[in-house]
Design a protein around this ligand. Structure first.
Ligand code: FAD
Length: 394
């Protein structure tokens, strides 16, 4: 049995890595393990809003990420049934928010920024190709069995953190149900090279339509765009891939050639478990909760879990707070998911798929009022800071 000391983190996604760097900077011994050989590169989160950018700055990652990201103010809502476009600009937050803009960069870019600062720290180990298979816990810590290319290994740590994504092995071994529902439609995320900006698209766009809805957003400075749309869930993966050009034909503004760089079909959920801590095992990010990506709330809420967990568990390990603060971590982060993240994600999905002209007209008028009044826009943005939740330590 190899004793790793304070904390073992399962999952080197953005949430696990943020937690790792936050704990490591407090001189806590941290080991991160991941079943993959390197950072997962599949097309996933690309957009960072003002609250998330503020968090990224708190973690000391702003300069590195912003140097690799595309910075913009604009979001366009295309109400396709009534041929109306409403443009919203974060420029109205100038002087009211610390970071009044969007940053666009794949979540793997954020993960790589974190790793650049994490790996050189003396109290940190990052081990790839290391998959959690099982674990047991008692009052002194957690014994974890992992599989590696060299065979099975036994690891021990005082605390074990599951940031291993929506299909979390850690959550399943804890026996926690993932309560909620799965949406009937399947989402297809495509990274494509196409000059959307030459056709009047903003860096971030929502195409409102009951069937041919889409989220179209720049993924970074390289001119690659993310186009996410919905597909019939009964089709095979092969059929889903075969139909990508038909879908893109109905979404793209012209017949100009495009290049598909990557595609990923996935199911979307609104689910969470009844608690995020069981003894010395704690969950964060998608392992604890999953929502559809339309509102950009998945990574956003997971990143704020990481901040809360660093504060709460860091204080416990340093002997500055009792373990009860971890119960508060669980209750508060679950509340934020149920009251802020998931409702925002569901509302955004409902609006983008609005089925009638009448409903689209009402939504367009509402957003036109928002666009025309900086105060409403600012109030809306300050609401989005609610994803931060209440402070962990009084
Ligand atoms: C197409 C798409 C678009 C999205 N867009 C946005 C967006 O714009 N904004 C937003 O906020 N969110 C978005 N999301 C959601 C966002 O991607 C997730 O919320 C985010 O990845 C969660 O991060 P995580 O670190 O919790 O988990 P993950 O990123 O899933 O990381 C989990 C890690 O755990 C590892 N792992 C899994 N099982 C094991 C095991 N047994 N042992 C060891 N390692 C293991 C995996 O290899 C992986 O590296 C999007 C999601 C998708 C699919």
């Amino acid at each position: 049995m190899e004793n790793l000391g304070d904390a073992l983190i399962c999952g080197a996604g953005p949430v696990g890595l943020l937690t790792a760097i936050g704990l490591a900077r407090r001189s806590i011994a941290v080991t991160v393990i991941d079943g993959e050989p390197t950072v997962v590169q599949s097309p996933r989160a690309t957009g960072y809003f003002p609250p998330t950018i503020e968090l990224i700055a708190e973690f000391g990652l702003y300069d590195d990420l912003s140097a690799r990201a595309f910075r913009s103010h604009g979001l366009k809502l295309h109400f396709r049934l009534i041929d109306t476009i409403v443009e919203l600009s974060l420029a109205v937050l100038e002087g009211h928010a610390k970071y009044p803009f969007f940053l666009s960069a794949g979540q793997h870019v954020l993960a790589e920024c974190i790793l650049r600062q994490l790996v050189p720290l003396p109290n940190v180990q990052v081990r790839w190709n290391t998959r959690v298979e099982s674990f047991t816990q008692d009052a002194r810590g957690v014994n974890v069995t992992v599989s590696t290319p060299a065979g099975a290994q036994e690891l021990h740590a005082d605390w074990f953190i599951g940031t291993d994504g929506a299909r979390s092995t850690v959550r399943q071994i804890l026996g926690l149900p993932f309560e909620g529902f799965t949406w009937p439609d399947r989402f297809i995320a495509n990274n494509i090279r196409f000059p959307f900006d030459q056709y009047g698209f903003a860096p971030n766009n929502m195409l409102h339509h009951p069937i041919d809805w889409a989220v179209v957003a720049r993924t970074g400075p390289e001119g690659i765009w993310r186009v996410t749309y919905g597909e019939d869930p009964n089709l095979s993966d092969e059929e889903t891939r075969r139909r990508i050009p038909e879908h893109l034909k109905r979404i793209l503004p012209s017949d100009e050639p495009y290049e598909i760089v990557a595609s990923a079909p996935y199911r979307v959920h609104e689910r969470t478990c009844p608690r995020y801590n069981v003894g010395r095992v704690i969950l964060a990010g998608d392992a604890a909760h999953a929502c559809n990506p339309c509102g950009g709330m998945g990574l956003t809420s997971g990143a704020f879990d990481a901040l809360a967990l660093v504060t709460a568990l860091g204080a416990v390990i340093e002997g500055k707070a009792s373990e009860r603060v971890l119960d508060f971590y669980s209750e508060e982060r679950r509340r934020v998911f149920l009251e802020v993240a998931s409702p925002t994600a569901q509302e955004t999905k409902r609006r983008i798929q609005q089925p009638s002209e009448e409903q689209q007209r009402r939504d367009a008028e509402m957003f036109q009022r928002v666009a025309a009044d900086p105060e409403i826009m600012r109030a809306g943005m300050s609401g989005s800071f609610a994803v931060r939740g209440r402070p962990m330590l009084g």
